[in-house]
Design a protein around this ligand. Structure first.
Ligand SMILES: C[S@@+](CC[C@H](N)C(=O)[O-])C[C@H]1O[C@@H](n2cnc3c(N)ncnc32)[C@H](O)[C@@H]1O
Length: 224
């Protein structure tokens, strides 16, 4: 009997993390999913509900503006953003994720590329009017999160917006209690996306419709 795809997904992550390779499992997982032996648990086949709500509420006009989608996976969030008129780049560390996104959206105007958040292209520095980060930082071990967060903040252009969506964890729940991935973000971690020039202008915490025990952050930041 074939192995349960969810079990396969967790095993792929664990093998890579046990080898001290915190990002290698993403490519292994997407490649296994492409051949049908695993599932990508976060692949919703649609944009994230909280991103859709933010777009509906904010009605961003992307005409003449650039957007970057971090850890874009199979592309559904990037497609929502490009539909608002932004010149949109979406990147992922997994080449198979990027290929899958291109296959999912063959007529897309999104520029899908392979790149590493922890070492992004120099020309992306403060280059984007809108940066969307959903569930990438929390997919990295806690020791890597400060470096990843700093890189996210450095992608936002002057006057630009950063939108972060992440699973929430109580501040008093210690790191050692977590058996990630994922490693959900505390309020303090959400605050740590701010800099003297990048201000948290809206923060919501809401239960997941699928599992009300799980809460999610939706945080919006604005650069001076
Ligand atoms: C939990 S998934 C979330 C995907 C997507 N943002 C979503 O919400 O459906 C994390 C994504 O980040 C990508 N990723 C992980 N580390 C990365 C890195 N260092 N640079 C770029 N992408 C990364 C993974 O390949 C994966 O697609």
């Amino acid at each position: 009997m074939a192995e349960d795809p969810d079990v396969v997904s967790r095993r792929i992550a664990r093998e890579s993390l046990d080898r001290d390779d915190p990002t290698g499992w993403f490519e292994n997982l997407y490649a296994a999913a492409a051949e049908g032996s695993a599932v990508v648990p976060w692949d919703r086949g649609t944009a994230h509900q909280l991103l859709t709500e933010w777009v509906d509420e904010s009605q961003p006009d992307g005409a003449g503006k650039t957007a970057l989608v971090v850890g874009a996976g199979t592309g559904w969030d990037a497609e929502l953003i490009v539909d608002r008129g932004f010149e949109t780049t979406a990147f992922d560390i997994s080449p198979t994720a990027v290929e899958t996104a291109q296959r999912n959206h063959p007529d897309s105007d999104v520029h899908y590329v392979v790149a590493d958040l922890l070492d992004p292209p120099a020309e992306w520095h403060r280059a984007f009017d809108l940066v969307v980060e959903i569930y990438t930082v929390q997919a990295l071990p806690i020791s890597l999160q400060p470096a990843a967060i700093k890189q996210v903040t450095e992608l936002v252009a002057s006057g630009g917006t950063l939108l972060v969506i992440a699973a929430a964890r109580p501040d008093d729940r210690p790191d050692a209690d977590l058996q990630g991935p994922p490693w959900p973000l505390t309020r303090a971690t959400i605050q740590s996306f701010t800099t003297p020039e990048l201000h948290l202008i809206q923060l919501d915490r809401s239960p997941s419709p699928a599992d009300p025990a799980i809460h999610r952050w939706r945080a919006e930041y604005l650069r001076d």
